[in-house]
Design a protein around this ligand. Sequence first.
Ligand SMILES: [Zn+2]
Length: 255
Amino acid sequence: MQVYFLGTGTSQGIPVIGSNHPVCKSADPKDKRLRVSVWVSWEENSVVIDCGPDFRQQMLTSGCEKLDAILFTHEHADHTAGLDDIRPFFFRQKKDIPVYAHSRVLENLNRRFDYIFETENKYPGAPGVQTFAVNNNEDFKIGQTKITPVEVNHGNLQVFGYRIQDFVYLTDVKTIDTAEIEKLKGVKVLVVNALREEPHQTHFSLQDALDFIHLVQPERAYLTHISHLLGFHEEVQQRLPKNVFLAYDNLTITL
Ligand SMILES: [Zn+2]
């Protein structure tokens, strides 16, 4: 399995527009972070988790040529605003792109991208999606592979993370119930969000994420959904435990 980090930034991306913060001015490519998403490919499968406003640029940079499904975590714009840009995949693959999300998220996308979900007199240039509602405690399959939804809380908002074999991707976590942590047993690679040092109402801080990683005990953990306020990539990386890494855009890992 290959995991390609398409974006590792928080909602505004780094640099933040108009910001003079030193991290936003950094020349290190690892300090430039698009909105958060990963491309996961294994056997003949190629899926992305979330489809934010940088999706087009991410697909061009990563060289992704085939999209078998999109798994959505939740409806916030930094995770969904790129949905229109699945058009090239839709045209080339000549079929609706499967989209997996909580029914609440599917309803939200249906409102915001009504022309994509239109069934009558649909504009011929619009892409098509085939929707699948994800329910907690109900595994589903992509190809022959079991996908396990993992429910987390983003403040008061329910969010899904996903387990694919020994890979787990969780973003926008602030709290997670014990029963959900059970689903992470034996995970080799855990990706989880870490916003900044300071506590935040709806996101894990760096310490929250490190405490969570300590509890889950994956072989390796990668931090994502990072704010410029966390600091320079190289400096933060030096302070992390030996099996914990700050993810950065275009990092690829194999499991
Ligand atoms: Zn987010």
